[in-house]
Design a protein around this ligand. Sequence first.
Ligand code: UDP
Length: 317
Amino acid sequence: MGRVVITGGAGFIGSHLCERFLKEGYEVVCLDNLITGDLRNIKHLFKNKKFEFVEYDVTNYIYIDGKVSGILHLASCASPVDYLRFPIQTLKVGSLGTHKALGFAMAKKAVFLLASTSEIYGDPLVNPQKENYWGNVNCIGPRGVYDESKRFAEAMTMAYHYTHGVAVRIARIFNTYGPRMRPDDGRVVPAFINQAIAGKPLTVFGDGSQTRSFCYIDDMVEGLFRLFKSSAATPVNLGNPDEKRIVDFAKVVLKLTKSKSKISYRKLPVDDPKVRCPDIGKAKRILRWEPKISFEDGLKETIKYFRKLRGRSGRRN
Ligand code: UDP
């Protein structure tokens, strides 16, 4: 089947992708410097002879012996809390890391897939967002370190495609959730679920009228796999177009966890996008892909995961 390298393979989406490629018969080399990735996400794969893990910072030159048919560049901080904690690493992995990964793809004649993001649209002035929308980004705002590194990464990816003929794929990944998110990564799904099951107030930022559209991890992995196998060189939105207000999302979490927690309103972070919803027409057309898992089913699985995690760590409150 071939051999793929997955950077950020010990992270949330990366670890699910490692699993998927192994299931499809590929050999998988997982690179991760573990600043936000976690070995617990991949430890069950260590017994698989087709899986190899290398602790590595991909902002440095990448060398791996032997044939490689694909490199999927997932390495990055991806939660606002994380990229505010690691702003320079975030900029470096999107810029230097993407450059190294593209150079590696070129040397190996491998397909390169970039995990880009809906954040390249910034605080969008059109809703839903189509791939031909250029975005509205504050380059020197707190989120700029992530947004601009990914915008640079897309530019670099297209330049390698046009200049060197590298076969590239660009996935613009919208909010994704599911098992293996870190409970403390600060994103709204793990935050609300963990607050609800601990009986703590749900921290809604602003008045909660801002919207997001949440895609379950299994749907996302399917989309990424199909994109990798396709021949689409230009960006493709991957996400679930089921748009929700954050305050309504909080209420769904309270209902599904049967929690008595209250909602506590906090200051809205700077440059927090007011709306976000993917137009997935292109993915439907060229990948024959659309999300299948309902919000309620996906959330139930995720709640189960966080309950188990809390049980294991012995925390009750
Ligand atoms: N949010 C919230 N409470 C939290 C964490 C996030 O109200 O404890 C809001 C946040 O302001 C944003 C949305 O939920 O409007 C999604 O935030 P997240 O950090 O998950 O990702 P983003 O889509 O902003 O990158």
